[in-house]
Design a binder for this molecule. Structure first.
Ligand code: SF4
Length: 358
């Protein structure tokens, strides 16, 4: 029998198999490419009890489809409160949640890796809780804030503790040719960002949408209408849960599918599976990409950005910023830590950059 064409298959929510627990929005850095709005001025703290409840619920969602759940711990910067990160890892391990690769990885920018012994002790403690991989962020954006010798130390020691396969760096090509941008001029930063964007496309949500959008040629809202978001919001098998319990589709931070503090995750998954067409953000982006969301927001008074949009996620984020500020969308668009504040705009540093990435 001929297999069904993908176009003939009705969109459906697939079971979640990967999830990130965002322990906090706090971060020592304010990277231009951040897919939320993390920084020293943002916060939130996922309690140990909440983390365990989410971990169990996610495990049950995957198990109900005969799958395994793989959890990663992220932020913000999860090492910002090391005793708390370790407490969550130990509690999950003690309950057997980390078995069989269930504790996939921790993501960090390595700012805390100031000392060999302390770095080794921390990574060994996480390994002993079942963590299989450390992912270290290293790129022109993080190296505006983090001394590169800490990245080198963290990667070197992580390889010794976890093995070569237990360390991933985002991006390895940057590690081969690192640059330190902590004291660079705005022009030097712009040039470094433009060069990096030629090699790695970044997801333009959160701060990245504001700070990196004008490195790309602006396009009108209708340019993205055919690039629907079915895979990203329904088919990605991946969610993030933030410190307040908000559940986001994998890479679509700031689109709230539900709140895990209020609704057990297996129940949430079943509800969304049956009712995702009632979600006022998910339904339009699946039907007609962020262009359809734009159309809905325009009817509410949203004004088109004169310089256009870098891509569909930039348009989506720009529209959601409007809905967030307009109010009344709290169940679907939020929290504040994913969106710009007026003070963020006043320090917008790259709005004179010319489009350079084709
Ligand atoms: S346009 Fe919006 S919904 Fe679609 S992938 Fe981008 S952030 Fe997610």
């Amino acid at each position: 029998m001929k297999p069904a064409s993908p176009l003939s298959v009705a969109p459906a929510l697939v079971p979640w198999e990967f999830a990130g627990l965002m322990l906090t929005y706090w971060c020592n850095a304010k990277c231009a490419f951040c897919y939320v709005y993390s920084g020293p001025d943002r916060g939130g703290r996922m309690s140990v009890n909440d983390a365990l409840a989410y971990w169990r619920g996610l495990r049950d969602v995957a198990a109900s489809a005969g799958k395994s759940m793989r959890i990663h711990l992220s932020g913000g910067e999860p090492f910002g409160d090391w005793p708390h990160l370790l407490a969550i890892a130990r509690a999950a391990h003690a309950e057997g949640l980390t078995r069989d690769g269930g504790f996939e990885k921790v993501e960090t920018n390595a700012y805390w890796a100031r000392d060999d012994d302390e770095t080794r002790d921390r990574l060994a403690a996480l390994r002993d809780c079942g963590m299989t991989m450390l992912v270290v962020s290293a790129d022109v954006y993080h190296q505006e804030y983090v001394p590169f010798d800490r990245v080198e130390r963290c990667v070197r020691i992580a390889r010794a503790v976890l093995g070569d396969q237990g360390v991933r760096v985002r991006w390895w090509d940057f590690v081969a040719r690192p640059v330190d941008l902590r004291h660079a001029s705005p022009d030097e930063k712009r040039a470094a960002f433009a060069d990096a964007l030629q090699r790695h496309r970044e997801r333009l949500t959160g701060r990245a949408a504001d700070e990196l959008c004008d490195f790309y040629p602006g396009q009108p809202p209708e340019a993205f209408a055919d690039d629907v978001c079915t895979r990203a919001v329904l088919g990605g098998r991946h969610v993030h849960i933030d410190p307040y319990g908000n559940v986001f589709p994998g890479v679509c931070s700031g689109i709230i599918l539900g709140n895990a503090k209020e609704e057990p995750l297996p129940q949430m998954w079943r509800r969304l599976s049956a009712e995702w067409r009632n979600h006022p953000i998910v339904e339009p982006v699946v039907r007609g990409s962020s262009t359809a969301l734009y159309d809905a927001a325009a009817r509410l008074g949203y004004e088109t950005r004169p310089r256009g949009y870098a891509n569909k996620c930039h348009l989506c984020t720009h529209v959601r910023q409007y809905l967030f500020e307009r109010g009344g969308w709290e169940r679907f668009v939020g929290p504040a830590d994913c969106y710009a504040r007026p003070t963020d705009r006043s320090v917008h540093r790259r709005d004179v950059a010319l489009p350079v990435v084709q």
